[in-house]
Ligand binder design. Structure first.
Ligand code: NAD
Length: 358
C-alpha cells in the first residue's frame, strides 16, 4: 500500500540524455551563461578531459586531471585556487564519483556551477551530497550548492568503462535504489524511480557483459544510474550505506566492489522488516527474492562476491561489526551487534544469502 503522507523534495537540475549528447556541451555552457570552463578528470581519463577541452576551444580555461577517490582536502584547495586563477566561471567534471566529487568541493567553497558528464554509474551527479577527506577522515555533508546544474549522460563515454567496473558500479547504483525503497522518508515518486532504476540495471548489466560496446545497453545503464542517483539524493539511506562507509573508510576497501558484495547480505538482514520494499526489489530483478536476486545478478556478471577477495582480513570482520554498531542509526530492522557480525562474516566468506524461509 502506498504511503498517504509524505514529503517529496524535487531538486532543480537539467539532464541532457542520449548517446552523442556531449556535442551539446557548448550549448549547455551558454544555458549557464558560462564562458570559461575548468575541466576536471582523473589521471586515467586525462585523454577524455583533453578531448573535451579541444571541443570547447576558447571556452576551455584549463584541465585539472588529478581527481582521486574521496577528495583529499589539499587537492580540493589546489583545484579551487586554479579555478580562481584561471577566472573559470564553471567547472565541467568528466568521469566518475571522484571527478564529480572534486567539482563539488570547488562549488562548496565558491558556488561555481558544475556541469557533470558522468562516465560511471555511481550517481554522484544527481545528489547534493559532498565528501572531503582531511587527515584521513572523510567528512560528508549536504549542500544544494554542490548539486550539478546540468548533467550530460552520453553513453558513448561509457564504452571504455571496463566490464568488471561497469558491473560493480551498476550494483552500487542498485544499492541506492534498494535502500530508497525502504527508506524512512521514501515516497511514491522516489519509489517509482527506484524500482525502474533497478529494472534498468537488471536488463543492462548482463547485456554489457555479453557485449561491452552495446550502446543500447550502455544507455539503459545510464538511465538506471540517473534514477538511482536521483533517489540517493532525495531520501535517507540505511544499514547498507553505513556498512560500506565503514568498510571503505576504516579498511580502505574499494568503493563499488564493497557495495556489490555487501548488498545481498544487507537486504537479507532487512528482509522481514521491509517486506513491501523487498517485493518491489525482487520484481525489478525478475527474482523471487531481493537478496538472492542481487547475489545471482552479481554472480552471473562475474563480480566479486566475498570481502576476503578484495583485501579485507579475517580479523577486521569483528572490528567492522564493532564500529558499525557503535554509532546507532536508523534502519528498518534495529542494528544488533551479533546479527551484524553474522552479516559481515557471510559477506567476508561470500556465501549466498539464505532463502527467506531458511
Ligand atoms: P571513480 O570516479 O573513482 O572511477 C573509478 C576509476 O574508473 C577511475 O580510475 C576512473 O578514471 C575510471 N573511469 C571512470 N569512468 C571511466 C570510463 N568511462 N572509462 C574508463 N575508465 C573510467 O569511481 P566511482 O565509483 O564513480 O566513484 C566513487 C567515488 O564517488 C567515491 O569516492 C564515492 O564516495 C563517491 N560517490 C559520491 C556520491 C555522492 O552522492 N556524493 C555518490 C556515489 C559515489
Amino acid at each position: 500500500m502506498q504511503k498517504r503522507e509524505f514529503v517529496y523534495q524535487a531538486r532543480a537540475g537539467r539532464v541532457v540524455f542520449g548517446p552523442g549528447s556531449l556535442q551539446h556541451l557548448e550549448r549547455e555552457m551558454l544555458e549557464l551563461k558560462s564562458e570559461r570552463a575548468l575541466i576536471l578528470c582523473s589521471p586515467e581519463q586525462k585523454e577524455t578531459g583533453e578531448a573535451v577541452a579541444t571541443r570547447l576551444g576558447a571556452r576551455a580555461a584549463g584541465v585539472f586531471d588529478r581527481a582521486v577517490m574521496h577528495v583529499p582536502l589539499e587537492l580540493a584547495k589546489e583545484a579551487r585556487a586554479l579555478a580562481r586563477e584561471l577566472n573559470a566561471d564553471c567547472a565541467i567534471a568528466v568521469g566518475g564519483g571522484s571527478a564529480i566529487g572534486l567539482g563539488k568541493a570547488i562549488a562548496l567553497a565558491s558556488g561555481l556551477p558544475i556541469i557533470a558528464v558522468p562516465t560511471t554509474y555511481a550517481g554522484s551527479e544527481m545528489t547534493p551530497i559532498y565528501g572531503i577527506t582531511d587527515a584521513g577522515l572523510k567528512k560528508t555533508g549536504t549542500d544544494p550548492r554542490v548539486l550539478p546544474k546540468i548533467v550530460i549522460y552520453d553513453a558513448d563515454l561509457t564504452m571504455s568503462l571496463p566490464v568488471p567496473l561497469s558491473v560493480t558500479s551498476g550494483i552500487n547504483a542498485i544499492a541506492h535504489a534498494a535502500e530508497a525503497l525502504y527508506s524512512r522518508d521514501a515516497n511514491p515518486v522516489t519509489s517509482l524511480m527506484a524500482e525502474e532504476g533497478i529494472a534498468a540495471f537488471a536488463r543492462a548489466l548482463p547485456a554489457i557483459v555479453a557485449d561491452p560496446h552495446d550502446v543500447e545497453a550502455r544507455a539503459d545503464a545510464q538511465y538506471g544510474a540517473w534514477l538511482c542517483g536521483t533517489v540517493l539524493g532525495s531520501v535517507g539511506m540505511a544499514l547498507h550505506h553505513k556498512l560500506c562507509h565503514t568498510l571503505g573508510g576504516s579498511f580502505n576497501l574499494p568503493h563499488a566492489q564493497t557495495h556489490t558484495i555487501v548488498l545481498p547480505h544487507a537486504l537479507a538482514y532487512n528482509r522481514h522488516a521491509a517486506p513491501e520494499a523487498m517485493e518491489r526489489i525482487a520484481r525489478a530483478l525478475g527474482s523471487e527474492d531481493a537478496a538472492i536476486g542481487v547475489y545471482e545478478l552479481a554472480k552471473r556478471c562475474g563480480a566479486p562476491l566475498a570481502l576476503k577477495d578484495i583485501g579485507m582480513s579475517a580479523e577486521d570482520v569483528s572490528k567492522a561489526a564493532d564500529i558499525a554498531s557503535s554509532n546507532p542509526y536508523w534502519n528498518p530492522r534495529p542494528i544488533q551487534h551479533d546479527a551484524l557480525l553474522k552479516l559481515l562474516q557471510n559477506a567476508f566468506d561470500g556465501v549466498a544469502p539464505r532463502a527467506a524461509s531458511a
